[in-house]
Design a protein around this ligand. Structure first.
Ligand code: F6R
Length: 241
């Protein structure tokens, strides 16, 4: 595991964007695994800026996202589809036909998850998977558990996640209660993994995940077994290691 120390959020974002851009330059047809959340936003902004300057071309890139809420239409501004379009896809020249997220509007979980696995397989797997780190060590929506779930699956969101998300919706009933997420095997099969972590509030979980025991109670800890992981974290997130 390679830990890259960044000064602050901006520096973390530039360093992460550098790693992704190297992949896109070396392998124009690469498959990028992408994440939502607040941490990668700066990385996407930086990549979009380099695209605008003419340094990057995403026209041949394919992307697969980690997760999507079940039951939220794409037009909903809380859907991950909406997030990716707003924060990244609309700012670069990726062909949106080549951007994949689990189909949140497919009510049959087995069908939605099986289909997503087939898509990833047909693409030949993920070349570079970008991940954020949840405060409880989750990656994607793989929450602390007694075991690792290997493949794309449907998860029940925890009451605290539903409660936290409530502020974005008109009422509690409108908050999605389930999501589809890539599983741990799917993530571990990516050729390279890039984790971005920022802020003092992530310092404790960063230490547990990458310097503690490997356990499904801290799902990100499994990344210690991956042969090619780079963690780009700022000083604040690395303050306990
Ligand atoms: C996002 C995702 C989540 C986030 C994690 C960290 O697609 O799957 O695992 O990466 O919750 O979120 P932020 O970056 O908002 O702290």
């Amino acid at each position: 595991m390679n830990i890259v120390r960044a000064k602050d959020y901006k520096d973390m974002s530039r360093k992460a964007a550098n790693i992704i851009s190297a992949e896109v330059i070396i392998k124009p047809h690469c498959v990028l695994g992408l994440a939502t959340g607040s941490t990668p936003i700066g990385t996407y902004e930086q990549l979009a800026e380099w695209y605008r300057k003419g340094d990057l071309d995403f026209s041949k890139v394919t992307s697969v996202n980690l997760d999507e809420y079940k039951g939220l239409p794409r037009e909903n501004d809380q859907s991950y589809y909406y997030f990716m379009n707003t924060n990244f896809f609309s700012k670069i020249n990726i062909d949106t036909k080549n951007t994949y997220l689990p189909d949140g509007m497919e009510p049959d979980s087995a069908k939605a998850c099986g289909e997503y696995e087939r898509i990833i397989e047909s693409l030949g797997g993920v070349d570079l998977q970008l991940l954020g780190l949840g405060h409880n060590g989750h990656i994607g929506f793989n929450e602390p558990a007694e075991e690792f779930v290997p493949q794309t699956h449907c998860v029940d969101l925890t009451p605290s996640t539903i409660e936290a998300n409530k502020r974005f919706f008109a009422s509690y009933d409108d908050v999605p209660k389930q999501a589809y997420t890539m599983g741990i095997r799917t993530i571990m099969q990516a050729k390279k993994v890039l984790v971005v972590v920022s802020g003092e509030d992530k310092a404790e979980i960063l230490k547990k995940a990458f310097f503690g025991p490997i356990t499904p109670k801290v799902q990100a800890s499994v990344l210690q077994l991956h042969p090619d992981v780079t963690v780009v974290a700022d000083e604040a997130a690395l303050s306990l290691v």
